[in-house]
Every structure is written in structure tokens, then in C-alpha cells.
Design a protein around this ligand. Structure first.
Ligand code: AMP
Ligand code: MG
Length: 317
């Protein structure tokens, strides 16, 4: 049984192949949808009541006490901000807002405005106090955006819930964060397509085999607009506060933890191949880059290991 639902500003898909009644499966799928909605409400910068919005509203004024889950995700976002020396930046929101890529009418901002925003984006000015469990943005106008990490966090929670309830076969796709449990009902492995970012949805360059794994892709195709023939996408380079241009069309990460892979996919997109691949290896993650030259760069796991990227492969979900 499967279900498509909207959360995290995107379309999500879940499929459960369980040896349970269809009524049970249906209520499980509904529970998952509610769960994702809750997580979205907790973390979204676009919801005024979320804890993240409260931290943003209090920027430059005071520290805000947050619940433990929010604090842990913030810590992880801060970890990847530090690890990448700011290629991933948890305080990217002023730049995201400036471009309006998440809105109906995105636009190219003036240089002047970009310069002003550059002064605000700075993860080092996000102060997390472990003891008090508070978050504080030092300057007014600064704002956190966890859009690059929250789908991975949600994926981990959903998978955990499904496994707890005895589901042995499932596939979950939260806007490009894909998690699987076990094999398909017929015993074969899940095969997930790698989208060609420049073609229409479903046009894939190959497929990857998955089993109890997580696969996360960040690409130029998720959200973008085209102006005068040039593509402006939603992954921004915090140093320029413009869409990151490293010749990357997409980067797919594979491994075990949704939250970490999600953060890393966004990070690796900004870093580009030369800096990205060594970082992935250091983190023990697999990476597959599609470049605008048509080249594909992959670590061993995709080339020959567990995840085997098959160029002629098809999706078989
Ligand atoms: P993803 O699709 O996981 O790569 O996440 C992209 C989203 O993360 C964007 O829509 C922004 O909300 C946010 N984002 C964009 N650029 C960055 C960045 N350099 N560091 C952290 N988050 C970012
Ligand atoms: Mg991400």
C-alpha cells in the first residue's frame, strides 16, 4: 500500500509492503503523515509558531529555550556548519529569503542587498547552550533555516517507527531523502533511480540498489527559476549568498543516517567534487556527483560496492 502526501514544502511518498491487514497499513500510513506534519511544524521557518521561528524572532535580543529534539537537530546542523567551515550554514535563511526561491515569485536580488545579507549569514553567531538548552542568534536579522537537514531527520524517525511496529519492507521518499527497510515483497532489492537533474521528473541516469539504507540527493532541479537562460537554484553558497556554482548538477549520498546524509548532500553540493569527495571519505559516506560536463564522479560504494550504481539500471519500485 502506498501514499503520497505533502510536507516539508514538497511531495513525499511512502510505500509499505507489510504482512498486515490493509486497515492496519492504512492507519500506519496516516500516522506517518501526521508525524511528518508535526516535524514540519516544529522546524519550518515558514511557520511563525515553530521553535525555529521563535529563535529567529528573538535574534539579537535573547536566547530561546527549545525542546530537546529541536536542540539536538540544531546541534547537528551546527556540527556540519563547523565541519564544512560554513559551506553548510545553519543561518542561511536571510539569503534564502532574499532570493525568494521558496516563494511564488523568486527574483535576482541587487548586489547591494546581497552584501547586506552576507553580513548576517554566520553560523559562528548561533550560540547553542547545552546546559540551558537554548539557542541564541547574536545579531538582529539573523535567522536559522534547517531546510537542508530536516527531511533527513524526519526520515530517520519514520523509519524507526515503521521498524518498531514490525514493518519489514518499506520505501520512503521525503522530497529526495530516500530510506528503505528490508527488500521488496518479492525478495528483490529496492532499486532507486538517480534523476537526471536537467530532464523531466522520472528521466533517470541510472539506478542504485538499496537495502536498509538511506540515499539523499541534493540537486539543481528541486527548486529553481530560470532568468535570461540562466538557472538559479535553491542551494546557496553562504560566502556569496548566491546559488552555489561548482559545476554540480546533483550529489547523491548513501549511508545509514538520514540526518547526516541530508546535511552532507547539501554541504557536498556547495563544496563541489574536489573538496567534497575527500570529506565524504573522511565521514565514511558514499557520494555520487553528476556534473554539468556530463561527467559522473563516485566513491567506491557506488562504483562497485553495496550501492552499485547501474547506468543502464531502471527503477523498480
Ligand atoms: P537540500 O535540498 O537538502 O539540499 O536543502 C536545500 C535547502 O537547504 C534550501 O531550500 C535552503 O532552505 C537550505 N540551504 C540552502 N543553501 C544552504 C547552505 N549552504 N547551508 C545550509 N542550508 C542551505
Ligand atoms: Mg540536504
Amino acid at each position: 500500500m502506498d501514499k503520497v502526501f505533502y510536507a516539508f514544502g514538497t511531495s513525499n511518498y511512502i510505500r509499505v509492503d507489510a504482512a498486515f491487514s490493509s486497515k492496519w497499513q492504512q492507519s500506519m500510513l496516516e500516522e506517518i503523515e501526521v508525524m511528518c506534519d508535526k516535524i514540519d511544524n516544529m522546524f519550518s521557518v515558514f511557520k511563525q509558531t515553530s521553535e525555529i521561528s521563535k529563535i529567529n524572532q528573538m535574534a539579537g535580543e535573547r536566547a530561546v529555550f527549545v525542546n530537546e529534539v529541536t536542540f539536538q537537530v540544531l546541534k547537528r546542523a551546527q556540527y556540519f556548519s563547523n565541519l564544512s567551515q560554513g559551506a553548510f550554514d545553519a543561518t542561511i535563511f536571510p539569503a534564502v529569503q532574499l532570493w525568494g526561491i521558496m516563494n511564488e515569485n523568486p527574483k535576482i536580488p541587487s548586489m547591494h542587498k546581497c552584501e547586506a545579507v552576507k553580513k548576517l549569514v554566520n553560523y559562528k553567531q548561533l550560540i547553542l547552550d547545552e546546559k540551558e538548552q537554548t539557542a541564541f542568534l547574536l545579531k538582529k536579522g539573523q535567522a536559522i533555516d534547517l531546510g537542508g537537514i530536516v527531511k533527513g531527520y524526519a526520515g530517520d524517525r519514520v523509519r524507526e517507527r515503521l521498524m518498531q511496529s514490525g514493518v519489514t519492507s518499506a520505501l520512503l521518499n521525503l522530497g529526495g531523502t530516500i530510506l528503505t527497510i528490508g527488500n521488496k515483497k518479492d525478495g528483490s532489492s529496492w532499486k532507486v533511480g538517480i534523476q537526471n537533474p536537467l530532464k523531466k521528473r522520472g528521466d533517470i541516469v541510472g539506478s542504485v540498489q538499496l537495502n536498509q539504507d538511506v540515499l539523499v540527493t541534493s540537486g539543481v532541479n528541486e527548486r529553481f527559476f530560470i532568468k535570461d537562460g540562466k538557472r538559479y537554484h535553491h542551494i546557496l553558497d553562504p560566502r556569496t549568498c548566491e546559488p552555489a556554482r561548482t559545476g554540480v548538477l546533483s550529489v547523491t549520498m548513501a549511508g545509514g543516517s538520514g540526518i547526516d546524509l541530508d546535511a552532507m548532500a547539501t554541504t557536498m553540493f556547495v563544496l563541489g567534487v574536489e573538496k567534497g569527495i575527500p570529506l565524504a571519505l573522511k565521514m565514511g559516506m558514499e557520494a555520487l556527483y553528476l556534473l554539468d560536463t556530463g561527467e559522473i564522479y563516485a566513491t567506491k560504494g557506488f562504483a562497485e560496492g553495496n550501492y552499485r550504481f547501474d547506468k543502464a539500471g531502471r527503477e523498480n519500485t
